[in-house]
Design a protein around this ligand. Sequence first.
Ligand code: PMP
Length: 307
Amino acid sequence: MVQKAEKIWFDGELVNWDDAQVHVLTHTLHYGAGVFEGIRAYATVDGKSAVFRLREHVVRLFDSAKILGLTIPFTVEEIHDAILETLKVNGLKEGYIRPLVFIGDGAMGVHPGSNPIRVCIATWPWGAYLGEEALEKGIRVKTSSFNRHHVNVMMTKSKACGNYVNSILAKVEAVKDGYDEALMLDTSGFVSEATGENIFIVKDNIIKTTPLTSVLPGITRASLMKVARDLGYEVVEQLFTRDELYIADEAFFCGTAAEVTPICEVDNRVIGEGKRGPVGTLLQKEYFNAVKGGNDKYKGWLDYYEI
Ligand code: PMP
């Protein structure tokens, strides 16, 4: 259950959590043409708070909307500031931020006509997405029977609501089968991404992640690539197969919600030593250090705010 905060920012106003309501004929509720973001704020090492890569997330929200042909009736600056305002009014020193852009009610055909484009921003406290233990011990993963979207079916550079039907199908199947997360292959059979995370593998100290062909361009993925290169690692973006994953020395998922989560098993095959490996451990540590303002090199990624 989501822990309620006091206010939700809704179409330019801060309203009480329980008053942030929509009509049942909301177009996006029926057809899925909406876009959203998942952003985290962290309590920083100097006792303040900061949102991690806020501008990049807001820009991706606008890019997602553009891909779907939705015009957000606010500027990047207004949404950026509204996010910080919502965190402050809710007194959240750290937590999760969920902006959502959706088509309101009016026309009910597939063509949304001139229905209003509505925007809300909710914030709430949220711990480790896959559990604290997962960050340390790693998770068990199953290749899904569902493929990730073909690029000409659903465009994966948009974080579109409807894209997540595919994620839900895969996640529910994996959990029902006793696994923690689903790995999805693209329609050619190459490794794509998980239901809400990008993937990295490590072999002979070379770090590999999938190219941006069928995946969401993850902001955590980009951050880890930068951190890894700064540490002197070779990082390549290249398609790889599930058997290459099986024989990797290490593998891990990454995302705003999942942060850096080691993968200890895929399709009942142990990955490496079956635990968080040395590269994954280092990148996880550096990532948490960066998001909490512990590394001056990455301070530019933080938007500080005061409660
Ligand atoms: N892929 C999918 C399908 C996702 O939902 C997410 C989470 N937004 C990611 C990758 C990771 O993206 P990010 O690091 O920007 O959170």
